[in-house]
Design a protein around this ligand. Structure first.
Ligand SMILES: Cc1ncc(C[n+]2csc(CCOP(=O)(O)OP(=O)(O)O)c2C)c(N)n1
Ligand SMILES: [Mg+2]
Length: 647
């Protein structure tokens, strides 16, 4: 037994116990159980700098088991991060406290990512590790050379996303990734034997990981394992056998210590058992100094290294350098004005910008369908990270969690593709990207019944509505090549929001007969056609239905009914415009009509209850796509008829 080690670990234990008790809510069990492992990690292995938390070559520490957030907050406070004070810890789980119930990403604080949904952190960590390898390749080992540590529990490993992420990490041979498994065999409902009998070792090894087993309360074993892990040639998991709620006479080893305060009486017993003679929230000076020394030592080491590093990637200017090529391609298109699938237009955009040094593309096994991979892309392969394109395999959820890690790591901009219908498999990670304000770009193709014969299982209906309901997510649905280029530019330039770009499988007719140097899509919606002086109808539309809307405008005009057509590639950006702009676009006529081959509810905020919403409020159909459009009355004859009836 090493007294100093125990004392240091007990600082984490008691801060966690006291904070949870004071908040009368939270999770003491995990921090009490993993305090020993975390102490050895921070004291002897982790490269970090409390004085410069965003130092690029720091090791990343990801708490996938986010319910144990007090472990992280305690460590940040003890090692001297300005971001977390003792007062913040006393305010655990209170409004606007940095010490939230689960870690919520704040830049430059030592909190690397938002975790909460179990297993997300594992996929984020895989993204961090991939980024490290990519950057190392770009700038050299003397500047970038760090590890990613992820602490995951039984729950994280039960989640499906862990399988996807661990499998890809093993395949790619991410030797810089170390997973600390809090193997306490307890989750909320009781012993994990209620629900799982996996052989963890075999599981990890089958993915191509190394696997070590230790007693997570024996500092020598922890030290040795971490030492070994530094040299691993593959990603490595360290199974730390721990006791949840370690030190609690009546609750240790039981689910009762997982997620509620221990209670004043039990806390007294823990103090006695662990020989902790201090008051609540009291860390004695000598121990606080020991912890501060750990932080200062790490700072000193970091500072020596920081001087080597200059900012690697500055890229907004670089995007401008593609402007000439972007304009040239647009102009060529305007000369031919042929129908073109927007997924193809997207590929043409990527063809131009694929040399952007920090754009990292990928797809979940649909590269050819999503048109995300261009002829110039280089594939990232096992152990070889000089490329810029990731084959994520059929792993949509992990792809999106990994992209969060890539975006958080540094200046890399990840984009990844799948079918829009499978955004449902991505949603938890998309939500977190939006919450963390990360620039992640989702290329979701096959965006409506227009995909045709693959049928209702593949035809998105409610997906756009669902995505539009996520705060801080821009959902783009461009109509033609010009808009697709504009939307891509907006997505790349927006550093604080993720973007969905929904694209068609089928050809769409050009609607922007004239390009303009102004990015019209940036306002979210704009007038694309006006016929006649005395207009009676406003038709709003997005994506593939915009050319249908224009046809309808022309047809109505032949019967002396005049209208304007509004192309609305992005509702979120339109909603941010000035009242006067919104009125100009939408308050001109009494009748407003929306057309989108999708669930209609979000269009009602623009059309009002007296408007007409043409869309689909049922599952799709399997047939050639034009027949499906007719089946759902999404054609100019039916829509013109209904508009006339309404007028
Ligand atoms: C996706 C998801 N599902 C459910 C939960 C609720 N939840 C939080 S912790 C937990 C049990 C986790 O067990 P384990 O990882 O073993 O943590 P321990 O009890 O050992 O601290 C559950 C079900 C969650 N946070 N995320
Ligand atoms: Mg557990």
């Amino acid at each position: 037994m090493n007294k100093l080690h125990n004392d240091l670990a007990n600082c984490i234990r008691f801060l966690s116990i006291d904070a949870v008790q004071r908040a009368n809510s939270g999770h003491p069990g995990m921090p009490m159980g993993m305090a020993d492992v975390a102490t050895v990690l921070f004291k002897d292995f982790l490269n970090f700098n409390p004085k410069n938390p965003s130092w690029i070559n720091r090791d990343r520490f990801v708490l996938s088991a986010g319910h144990g957030s007090m472990l992280l907050y305690s460590l940040l406070y003890l090692t001297g991060y300005k971001s977390v004070s003792l007062n913040d810890i006393k305010n655990f789980r209170q409004l606007d406290s940095i010490c939230a119930g689960h870690p919520e990403y704040h830049p430059n604080t030592g909190i690397e990512t938002t975790t909460g949904p179990l297993g997300q952190g594992i996929s984020n960590a895989v993204g961090f590790a991939i980024s490290e390898e990519i950057l190392k390749k770009k700038v050299g080992k003397n500047k970038i050379d760090h590890k990613t540590y992820v602490l995951a529990g039984d729950g994280c490993l039960m989640e499906g996303i862990s399988h996807e992420a661990l499998s890809l990490a093993g395949h790619l041979k991410l030797k810089n990734l170390i997973l600390l498994f809090d193997n306490n065999s307890i989750s909320i409902d009781g012993p994990t034997s209620l629900a799982v009998s996996d052989d963890h070792e075999k599981r990890f090894k089958s993915y191509g990981w190394n696997y070590l087993k230790i007693n997570g309360h024996n500092y020598k074993e922890i030290f040795k394992a971490l030492k070994k892990a530094q040299k691993s040639k593959n990603p490595i998991a360290i199974s730390c056998k721990t006791t949840i709620g370690y030190g609690s006479p009546n609750k240790s080893g039981k689910a009762s210590s997982h997620g509620s305060p221990l209670g004043e009486d039990e806390i007294k017993l823990v103090r006695k058992k662990l020989k902790w003679k201090y008051e609540s929230f009291e860390i004695p000076n000598d121990l606080l100094n020991e912890w501060k020394k750990i932080g200062e030592k790490a700072s000193k080491k970091a500072r020596k290294h920081e001087s080597k590093y200059k900012k690697i990637l500055t890229n907004n200017k670089i995007l401008n350098s593609f402007n000439d090529s972007i304009e040239k391609t647009k102009n060529n298109y305007l000369e031919s004005l042929k129908p073109l699938a927007t997924r193809k237009s997207s590929e043409m955009f990527l063809d131009i910008v694929s040399k952007l040094p920090n754009l990292i593309g990928g797809s979940a096994d649909l590269a050819g369908s999503n048109n995300t991979k261009t002829k110039d892309h280089k594939i990232i392969k096992p152990g070889k990270f000089s490329g810029n394109y990731i084959h994520y395999g059929v792993r949509e959820h992990a792809m999106c969690g990994i992209m969060n890690g890539i975006a958080l790591h540094s200046d890399l901009i990840p984009y990844g593709g799948t079918f829009l219908i499978f955004s449902d498999y991505c949603k938890p990670s998309i939500r977190l990207a939006a919450m963390m304000k990360q620039r992640v770009i989702y290329v979701f193709t096959h965006d409506s019944i227009g995909l045709g014969e693959d049928g209702p299982t593949h035809q998105p209906i409610e997906q756009l509505t669902s995505l539009r309901s996520i705060p801080n997510l821009n959902v783009f649905r461009p109509a033609d090549l010009i808009e697709t280029f504009e939307c891509w530019q907006l997505a790349i330039e927006n550093k604080n929001s993720p973007s969905v770009i929904a694209l068609t499988r089928q050809g769409t007719n050009p609607v922007r007969a004239k390009s303009s140097s102004k990015n019209e899509s940036s306002a979210g919606a704009y007038e694309i056609l006006r016929i006649g002086d005395d207009i009676k109808v406003t038709i709003i539309s997005s994506g593939s239905e915009t050319s249908l809307a224009c046809d309808i405008g022309h047809k109505l005009a032949t019967e002396s009914i005049y209208s304007k057509v509004i192309s609305m590639p992005c509702q979120e950006l339109f909603d941010q415009q000035s009242e006067s702009y919104k009125n100009k676009v939408l308050a001109e006529t009494d009748l407003i009509v929306s057309i989108e081959a999708s669930e209609t509810s979000y269009w009602k905020k623009y059309t009002g209850i007296n408007g007409l919403n043409f869309g689909i409020n049922d599952f799709g159909k399997s047939a050639p796509y034009k027949e499906i459009y007719n089946h759902f009355n999404l054609n100019s004859e039916s829509i013109v008829k209904k508009i006339k009836e309404k007028l």
